[in-house]
Design a binder for this molecule. Structure first.
Ligand SMILES: Cc1cc2nc3c(=O)[nH]c(=O)nc-3n(C[C@H](O)[C@H](O)[C@H](O)COP(=O)(O)OP(=O)(O)OC[C@H]3O[C@@H](n4cnc5c(N)ncnc54)[C@H](O)[C@@H]3O)c2cc1C
Ligand SMILES: *[C@@H]1O[C@H](CO)[C@@H](O)[C@H](O)[C@H]1NC(C)=O
Ligand SMILES: *[C@@H]1O[C@H](CO)[C@@H](O)[C@H](O)[C@H]1NC(C)=O
Ligand SMILES: *[C@@H]1O[C@H](CO)[C@@H](O)[C@H](O)[C@H]1NC(C)=O
Length: 427
């Protein structure tokens, strides 16, 4: 006789975009005993707005987030690249209603977080505890037990680290691994679009590249496009400490100078853009990456990392957050498919999670490959001197945007472990 089932407790570390969305995805699939532990007093809101592509919007749609989010953001379909004299170089597709069912959406992170909180509050069984900073796993024997930095302990059947690029949960799997600084930074701010005096029909987002002074990015935001993100990316050799970056961000004059440096070598709209920069929406983003990991799952299979904790990638193809949404949606699908009658069967689950991670890594690798192709294409033409002008075709991006995540879940969750030995059921 099956015992009256107790819903296994799933703990999530981090109430950022990955953690909150994961809770909703698990809940939708019937796993409703969820506690999110967030180290801060509120969810982390960094970096202003983000760009969401159809692969992620599909996830947000399936979780009833998209309909609430869409009216709050700026819709567009492609990113333009231009030379420093404003001549077009090429266009990178970021969404298409006709091809993928979704235009791309640029929306403030806090808007997404607000909606996620709203939805979490509507669901019974999801709890968020703030001010609980995960410190270390104590044991992974029967369930998982861990300690917070205040010395208190908690346990669950399963622990998911959605705690970002500097993940502490990752230390349980890779004690010595640190994210690697890529030697480039970006500084961004927000100004009224009117200030730029954009030429008629000038489409944004646009990246204007200058070999000497870096790349200048302009991206309309807010529903009506009335505000523009302005940003500059360039090499920056020194890797600073966490505190060092914070101090740099707090030095708003330094950030403004960084944005203004070399503006005279860009088209007029860039000069206009940097003419008056309010100090309140300045962000500094040092680009760190997490080296490719062999596994995102602990040896005991009860601790998993996902999102930036597992695979922080460079921003080139704009897929950081978008890939995190793919992670959480497929993870929830696999875990739900492999849990039976409220139990998480460890052996079966371990295999499903291995499939999940291997499959997700294939996608991440493809995104990294795409990053490389984009970088190569953007190299100034002078570099490929003497060679035939390479034909500029569009990147083939159907694999990225038109992804069938449900199909992936079915495939990864197909149990190859034939016998369900009741004795190995944990709890
Ligand atoms: C300035 C800036 C701009 C960016 N812009 C973009 C963009 O435009 N597009 C894009 O795709 N990506 C962008 N990124 C990257 C993007 O922020 C990440 O890919 C994304 O936030 C990953 O989400 P996450 O939920 O995995 O991690 P995070 O958003 O980092 O969330 C992790 C959460 O875990 C909490 N936490 C951390 N440690 C602990 C602990 N020990 N215990 C408990 N809780 C903990 C944190 O407080 C946080 O709430 C940007 C990053 C920065 C810094
Ligand atoms: C959630 O999990 C905890 C810990 O295992 C358990 O005590 C509790 O009864 C569960 N709640 C539900 C609603 O099943
Ligand atoms: C969170 O709030 C509490 C009480 O208001 C305060 O004591 C604590 O310092 C805050 N913690 C953080 C990380 O901001
Ligand atoms: C701007 O775009 C619109 C719509 O595509 C078009 O009708 C119009 O002629 C364009 N104007 C200019 C000046 O190119």
């Amino acid at each position: 006789m099956p015992s009256p089932s107790v819903d296994p407790k799933i703990a999530i570390i981090g109430a950022g975009l990955s953690g909150l969305t994961l809770a909703l995805a698990l809940h939708q699939r019937g796993l409703t005993n969820i506690t999110i532990y967030e180290g801060r007093n509120e969810s982390l809101d960094i970096g202003g707005a983000i760009m969401l592509s159809p692969n992620a919007l599909k996830v947000l749609d399936a979780l009833d987030i998209y309909a609430r989010l869409r009216p709050l953001g700026f819709e567009f379909e492609s990113l333009d690249f231009r030379q420093s004299d404003n001549t077009p170089v090429d266009t990178f597709e970021f969404g298409s209603f006709i091809k993928y069912g979704y235009k791309a959406l640029r929306v403030y992170r806090y808007e997404i977080i607000d909606i996620l909180h709203e939805l979490v509050r509507e669901k019974e069984g999801i709890t968020i505890e703030y001010g609980k900073k995960f410190a270390r796993v104590i044991s992974e024997e029967r369930g998982v037990t861990w300690e917070f930095s205040d010395g208190s302990e908690a346990s669950a059947s399963f622990l998911v680290g959605a705690d970002g690029i500097h993940s502490q949960v990752r230390k349980h799997i890779y004690p010595d691994l640190e994210p690697r600084f890529t030697g480039a930074i970006g500084v961004t701010a927000a100004v009224p679009t009117a200030q730029l005096n954009l030429p008629t029909n000038y489409s944004t987002p646009v990246t204007i590249m200058n070999r000497e002074h870096g790349a200048f990015v302009i991206s309309q935001q807010l529903r009506d496009g009335s505000e523009c993100l302005i940003g500059k990316q360039r090499r920056f050799q020194t890797d600073l400490s966490k505190q060092g970056w914070v101090e740099m961000l707090e030095n708003k004059d330094w950030c403004i100078d960084f944005l203004r440096e070399g503006a005279e070598n860009f088209p007029d709209l860039v000069k206009n853009a940097v003419s008056d920069i309010p100090k309140d929406k300045i962000n500094l983003w040092p680009f760190y990456v997490v080296p490719k990991l062999d596994t995102w799952v602990s040896r005991g299979s009860r601790v998993v990392i996902l999102g930036d904790a597992a695979h922080a990638i460079p921003p080139t193809a704009g897929q950081g957050v978008n890939q995190a949404f793919e992670d959480v949606y497929t993870f929830a699908g696999v875990v739900a498919a492999l849990s039976k009658k409220g139990e998480l069967h460890q052996t079966v689950l371990a295999e499903g999670l291995r499939n999940w991670q291997a499959g997700r890594q294939v996608r991440i690798d493809k995104v990294l490959e795409l990053n490389g192709m984009i970088d190569k294409r953007r190299m100034p033409k002078a570099v490929s001197e003497g060679k035939e002008e390479e034909e500029i075709g569009e990147f083939e991006l159907t694999w990225l945007y038109d992804v069938d995540l449900e199909q992936m879940v079915v495939q990864w969750a197909a149990p190859k472990v034939k016998s369900w030995n009741p004795c190995s059921l944990f709890r």
